[in-house]
Design a protein around this ligand. Structure first.
Ligand code: ATP
Ligand code: MG
Length: 389
């Protein structure tokens, strides 16, 4: 009997219909191929599942790790592929060792298959009982679940486990956006979350050298590099904010300093979006976390841009954000003690409820167009790529 070990990939087909579904699947296949490039494997599509096969067994662990971070995949199962003939399936299942409680969970993707899922489950349950003295059926809390799937390609897949993947939508299916990436805990998480919803990411970081150090910048490069585990590569725009901060410090009221800084960051971000064909801005803001993230502050910073601003963490507690940061591997880098440009010239009492009117008034003392142009003209661009495992 021909048996072959494969990786059976499950994806979120339920959400998508018609033409979109086809595009989604094509993109996901492409993303998987790119993610696993450099390794030997082949990828097959059969309605509702993708199958990675013909790989080197010694590389299986690495392949699974890479697939776990491929957005759009829900779960991976290491499965045995056999011919889908029912007698053949029974014969294979009779060779399996099962002890203790179990149940069979069957799926018949091809409705032309001559047995229903329930018939398959009953028949294979019998087979397991007959060939394993210590086995007994428990439908509710079995020790072992034997999954059996008959697919359209005439093959049957038998497996025990589902390895959970990141989920979400295939990278690129939602377009491209610009992440405001600081050295903190929140913004890398925000970028991860929006990438998971299908957005390809570029990033911008504002630094205030020499007030902020070279290491502070390196830390952001490292954070971007960690994010590439999920998003392949990131174009990182590094913008010097030093002159802008000095100008604000000299010309504006201290309590509005952060408000105006953030308005200028947003303006620069929007310009970078237009220049690089990016459709939205992403920030790591969370409502009420600090003075610059009150509803009023967010309104005043938001009002200078017309592109959508995505704030996936808006309703998250810090603890929950920290947990995601730990899971995605950015936390340890984020907590390294380097300063951020937002802490330079930090006023003692930043305004908590700024108004657009007052911000606009104070900005009259600055030549904003000139400062924004200059900052963009002097940008440094780094293409951050994944480290080889
Ligand atoms: P983070 O942990 O992401 O730094 P934070 O809680 O420290 O967030 P702020 O410093 O107020 O909050 O920043 C809010 C958001 O503004 C950040 O999540 C990030 O998206 C953006 N931001 C702040 N500083 C910078 C910077 N130097 N460069 C780029 N984006 C920044
Ligand atoms: Mg910060």
């Amino acid at each position: 009997m021909e048996e072959k070990i494969v990786l059976l990939l499950k994806f979120g087909e339920l959400f998508l219909k018609g033409k979109n579904k086809h595009e989604f699947e094509k993109l996901l296949m492409m993303n998987i191929r790119r993610k696993l490039s450099g390794y030997a494997f082949s990828l097959e599509f059969t309605s509702g599942r993708m199958i990675v096969e013909n790989y080197d067994e010694s590389e299986e662990k690495i392949l699974i790790e890479k697939l776990k971070t491929t957005f759009g995949l829900i779960a991976i199962s290491r499965a045995v592929e056999i011919d889908g003939d029912f007698e053949n399936i029974k014969k294979y299942v009779s060779s399996l060792e099962v002890s203790g409680s179990f149940r069979v969970s069957a799926k018949r993707a091809d409705k032309r298959y001559p047995h229903t899922s329930i018939e398959i489950e009953k028949a294979l349950g019998e087979v397991v009982l007959n060939s394993n003295a210590g086995a007994k059926v428990d439908l509710h809390t079995p020790k072992t679940i034997l999954f059996v799937e008959v697919r359209f390609n005439g093959k049957c897949y038998v497996y025990y486990d589902n390895i959970k993947c990141a989920g979400g939508l295939p990278l690129g299916s939602g377009g491209r956006a610009l992440l405001l990436l600081s050295g903190g805990i929140d913004s890398p998480v925000a970028g991860y979350m929006m990438a998971k919803r299908g957005l390809k990411i570029e990033a911008v970081h504002f630094h205030s050298y020499p007030y902020t150090s070279e290491q502070a910048k390196e830390k952001v490069v490292e954070l971007a590099r960690i994010l590439t585990n999920y998003v392949d590569e990131i174009k990182l725009h590094i913008i010097s904010f030093t002159k802008i901060q000095e100008q604000i410090h000299m010309n504006c009221d201290a309590d509005y300093m952060i408000t105006i800084m953030r308005r200028i960051m947003m303006r620069i971000a929007e310009r970078l979006c237009l220049k690089n064909d990016l459709g939205a801005i992403i920030t790591g803001e969370s409502l009420g976390q600090v003075a610059s993230q009150t509803m009023q502050s967010i309104n005043v910073t938001n009002s200078v841009v017309s592109l959508p601003v995505f704030r996936p963490l808006i309703a998250f507690d810090k603890e929950d954000i920290m947990e995601i940061a730990k899971n995605i591997g950015t936390y340890d880098t984020s907590i390294l003690p380097y300063e951020d440009c937002c802490t330079v010239f930090l006023p003692k009492y930043p305004v908590i409820k700024p108004t657009i009117k007052r911000a606009e008034h104070l900005e009259k003392f600055l030549n904003i167009d000139l400062l924004v142009n200059e900052a963009i003209n002097n940008e440094e661009v780094l293409l951050i790529k994944q480290n080889e495992i």
